[in-house]
Design a binder for this molecule. Structure first.
Ligand SMILES: NC(=O)c1ccc[n+]([C@@H]2O[C@H](COP(=O)([O-])OP(=O)(O)OC[C@H]3O[C@@H](n4cnc5c(N)ncnc54)[C@H](OP(=O)(O)O)[C@@H]3O)[C@@H](O)[C@H]2O)c1
Length: 306
């Protein structure tokens, strides 16, 4: 199969495109002929070596959409030819390839109305947003949430989900993406280059930070007493607040078919629209990583694998 992979850690130029052996379907596993795979913020961090990954050649990529081409022993509920989407098990990658082997229990049927590129774009972003907004922050109707980094993949799903729940959504973005986050449903939009969000936002019930760095620590300032904040761009631990009347949380983002089916259900109900997508070929992985690493674009970068 053709794949985009690394043989050492480094800059975008270490991404190679070439032949690797096809995976096989072990017990309880399916092989999927990948049609689309998305670029996630974690991918360039793995590429540079932040995750201390050391087996080479190593295929990056955490989420995918495609068609099942082989089924391992013990798989009862999926068949060759099924269109599915999903996210690799935590700690595993391999979606930047024409084929991927994944445990059957963590993939879900792709809804017909969603293209493979859209399904790949919604997989890890949706899983992360659901784990954060519904399971971790337990956002309630009528609450106010600040979502940091509104134009990103996770945040644009989170904005729509929070609105679907019935919350009021404030988000931060650069001026170039103001209309985009408005279309996603944000009620109040803050241009983070023009003003300091801590000066114009206060009394929030919840914060979802997808930006990290000093934005994470400063986010505690906008919470009301008893408020809660969740962080996905500050490493494996939630940052420690400098005040003791708020809760700081790190969503677990477990892999489960249940969450993928919830993404499909929200899409079919019209609650979630796919993000803006910029398509690449696998042979252009270095270009996709350069843009991802810049952290200034909107929506999702997706490989059209076949
Ligand atoms: N399981 C997990 O824990 C998990 C899963 C998925 C993602 N993540 C992490 O979550 C983070 C977000 O990922 P992502 O893929 O959704 O997006 P991303 O690609 O990391 O971020 C891109 C977006 O961030 C915005 N942005 C950059 N700096 C900003 C700032 N100071 N204030 C507000 N917005 C800012 C950009 O908008 P502008 O162009 O308008 O600046 C751009 O739209 C990443 O760190 C990723 O690694 C964690």
């Amino acid at each position: 199969m053709k794949a985009a992979f690394i043989e050492r850690h480094g800059g975008p130029e270490v991404l190679k495109y070439g032949e690797l052996p096809d995976p096989t379907a072990g017990p309880d596993t399916v092989v999927i002929d990948t049609v689309a795979a998305s670029v996630n913020g974690a991918d360039w961090k793995v590429r540079v070596g932040d995750y201390k990954q050391s087996t080479f050649p190593y295929v990056l990529g955490r989420d995918f959409s495609g068609v099942i081409s082989a089924v391992g022993d013990g798989v009862q509920d999926l068949r060759i030819g099924d269109a599915v989407f999903g996210v690799c098990e935590a700690g595993q990658e391999g979606a930047y390839a024409e084929k991927i082997a994944v445990k059957a229990a963590i993939v879900a049927k792709k809804p017909d109305g969603l293209s493979h590129a859209e399904a790949a774009a919604l997989a890890l972003t949706g899983l992360t947003a659901l784990s954060t907004i519904e399971d971790t922050l337990r956002l309630q109707p009528g609450e106010t949430i600040l979502i940091q980094g509104g134009a990103g993949g996770v945040a644009s799903f989170a904005i729509q989900l929070a609105k679907h729940i019935g919350a009021r959504v404030i988000t931060t973005t650069s001026a170039a993406n103001r209309e985009y986050v408005r279309r996603m449903g944000a009620d109040e939009i803050i241009d983070y280059n023009a003003c300091d969000f801590t000066q114009v936002v206060s009394n929030c019930d919840a914060v979802f930070d997808t930006v990290g760095g000093d934005v994470a620590q400063r986010s505690f300032a906008v919470l009301k007493p008893g408020g809660r904040a969740a962080f996905i761009a500050s490493g494996a631990q939630a940052p420690k607040p400098k005040r003791d009347d708020v809760t700081s949380l790190r969503p677990p983002v477990g892999r489960a078919r249940r969450h993928l089916e919830r993404i499909a259900e929200l899409f079919q109900a019209g609650a979630i629209r796919p993000p803006e997508i910029k398509l690449y070929r696998l042979s252009e992985a270095a270009d996709a990583h350069r843009l991802s690493e810049s952290r200034h674009f909107r929506g999702k970068l997706v490989f059209q694998v076949r």
